[in-house]
Write a protein that binds this ligand. Sequence first.
Ligand SMILES: *Cc1c(COP(=O)(O)O)cnc(C)c1O
Length: 396
Amino acid sequence: MDLSAGTQLVAIPGPSVIPEAVRIAMSSPMPNIYAGDLLECADRVLERLPAIARTAARAFIATSNGHGAWELAVQNVLAPGDRVLVVETGRFAVLWGEYAERVGATVDTLTADLGQPVGAEALSAHLDMVDEDYAAVLVSHTDTMTSVRNDVSEIRRALDACGSTALLMADCIASLGCEPYLMDDWGVDVTVSASQKGLMCPPGLGIVWADERAIETYRGRAGSPATSYFDWGPRLEPRGFYDTFSGTPPVAHIRALDVALDLIDNEGGLDAVWARHEVIAAAVRAAVEAWSTPDGIGFVAAEGFRSNAVTTVSTGVIDATALRQRCEHRGGLTLGIGMTTHPDQSFRIGHMGMVSPPMILGTLGVIEAGLRSMNAPIGQSGVAAASEVLATALAQ
Ligand SMILES: *Cc1c(COP(=O)(O)O)cnc(C)c1O
């Protein structure tokens, strides 16, 4: 029976659910782009962005998705002939590495076992083995395919211990605004993110934070970036507002992000937002744990390295595609497609951005009902386990 009338809840790992206030902010008429409110709004956004990555580094914005942010990063610090190391724990760092290759860099890849992060030991062993230092190391903080969260500060320590001067570049598209991320404390030189995940806006803004070392690298590199639009130059020294965005600003998105940053402030700041994500993610993990059986539901990411933004659920003998379709077409819940192995063997739950207890209990409840409707083997009630986690948090 189809019970999906009403608003479909989309719980994929990005784009995330857009808060009402953000949606309303986007619908205002277009302003003058050379003077007035929009300039103040853009200034507020640019002033507040460093704090979101916990850095003093300035942020550059491109009118793009996350792939554009990748471009906005690699085009400016890499040059033909550079050697780059991609630290792979799923898919996204490898795809980013392909962008580095297009710049002319030679890319090596260090791949972790499925579900594991790349640890300091493996990285140190690899660095000892290669005879030439890397220009940059590319890593996904949270890999959205496996839902593994890497320890970025450990990667920096391993680089330092080996005497590497590589720029550390982190893809925080899935993690920013969801998981603790301390760009400066962790020694990251370039952070890349986008508007549509933890930042609660529609896709359309690619954001890059570049520290002094990265900007020095930009200034010292041979030649200009291959594309004018993605060149940091005009953004670094804008002759006017127009340069800051390399053309007409993405007006609706800038307004949206301003309101989204207000929502973060109003919740009690980034620490409060991280704490909520931690509880919501713990509820999801408790549910998956309760459902799990030896040949059915399980985790892809190893314990201790599970993201607070997305959970990849392996389904063993259960047909994940059939489950997703039942949830989507009859249950009113859209889940993320599994990318880990065969699409029938996993699915993903996005819990990034403005996710509340009723949203997550609803999500887990529909998954559980879907599993039961298929007579799928499950251990215990995941909903009961998740509500225990929420109860503990509510009591605090
Ligand atoms: C979503 C995502 C991307 C891709 O972002 P797009 O906006 O689709 O280009 C890249 N890296 C990670 C870690 C992501 O989660």
